[in-house]
Write a protein of this length. Structure first.
Length: 138
């Protein structure tokens, strides 16, 4: 996906922001990661109607059913087509972001557990891990 509005990057950025500065054992951090909640704001993510087409082309094929379920039986008139489209795109983006966010959390907890296991095998210790958005060595 080469969209200028990549939801995967957005989800990863949100997780990084929430975890920045956290320190603890892999078990502690796993609990912290599992408790993360997403706070997707479609209007901030895609404030312009021109961005809607990018979102549709990138995510509609995978998330249309979830978006349809999310919208329920909402009915629109022909005069409301722009509002209807925006609501549909917002539902697509929300369901895609939610799915991607949860998948990223799963991958992160698996990586933490693997790192901790490998470190324990090498040193016999349960290392303390620090999460940072910057490189500790500059």
């Amino acid at each position: 996906m080469n969209s200028t509005h990549d939801l995967e990057q957005h989800a990863n950025d949100r997780i990084s922001e929430q975890l920045n500065g956290e320190t603890g054992t892999a078990e502690d951090l796993t609990v912290t990661v599992e408790r993360l909640e997403h706070d997707f704001d479609f209007d901030s993510y895609a404030p312009y109607t021109s961005q809607e087409d990018d979102i549709l082309s990138d995510y509609e094929s995978d998330y249309w059913q979830d978006a349809k379920d999310l919208l329920g039986d909402t009915q629109y008139t022909a005069d409301d087509w722009a509002t209807a489209k925006r609501a549909y795109v917002a539902a697509i983006a929300y369901t895609a972001f939610s799915s991607i966010f949860e998948q990223a959390k799963t991958e992160l907890t698996e990586a933490l557990e693997e790192f901790s296991s490998d470190a324990a095998d090498l040193s016999g210790l349960d290392p303390e891990i620090a999460i940072s958005m910057t490189c500790p060595s500059g």
